[in-house]
Design a protein around this ligand. Sequence first.
Ligand code: URA
Length: 238
Amino acid sequence: MNEEMRLQKYLAQCGVASRRACEKLIEEGRVTVNGAVVNILGSKVAPRDKVAVDGVPVKEESKKVYIMLNKPEGYVTTVSDEQGRSTVMELIGDINQRVYPVGRLDCNTEGLLLMSNDGDFTVKVTHPSHRMNKVYQAVVAGVPNHFDIEKLEHGVYIDGRKTAKAKAQIISAEGKRALVELTIHEGRNRQVRKMFDSIGYPVLHLRRVAIGNIILGNLPLGKWRHLNPNEVKYLMGK
Ligand code: URA
């Protein structure tokens, strides 16, 4: 830091969490500046100030880190959880830089989750205006027919608003279940589950397999890897 800046911006820049999550940390009284709790948003910090979160000193992060995690079910996509649930941070304990989740997956969804300490990267990947495609594979109860698939593709009403055009394809069907691949570029709350609910085929299991051209591949469940420079360039350039 070369000059005074807002505390939440400084924390995000240091890779503590996203700007919004940092605001929450401040409001929860978990941030101290020179040993005193600062819980007012917009407070400024200067280069000489000593900032800590939960008593742990915050260091400026200069190296940008970009990883992908194959998130298992049962982990929340936050840096900390008030209800004491397991968080994705526990799965990347062996990385020696702070990173935070880029976007979200529900606790009971598995698959591709990007994590980084780069705020610009987070905006590129998650901002709706960038229309980043996200590919999900859902096991659903029942076997949707051609008309059901078309409904998903043309848009269905969830929470009173129609979803944008999507791509849907049945990959396999067995007995009373089908595996359907759905590609969407919006990121509404529990969107995939709600879309399938709206056509009468509840999701039994959900996995995200790609974000844009970045694919999960055969990364084992619960494991992470660094993105390669081409992958980072692609996502930043979108
Ligand atoms: N849609 C969902 O329903 N859940 C997710 O985790 C992601 C997309």
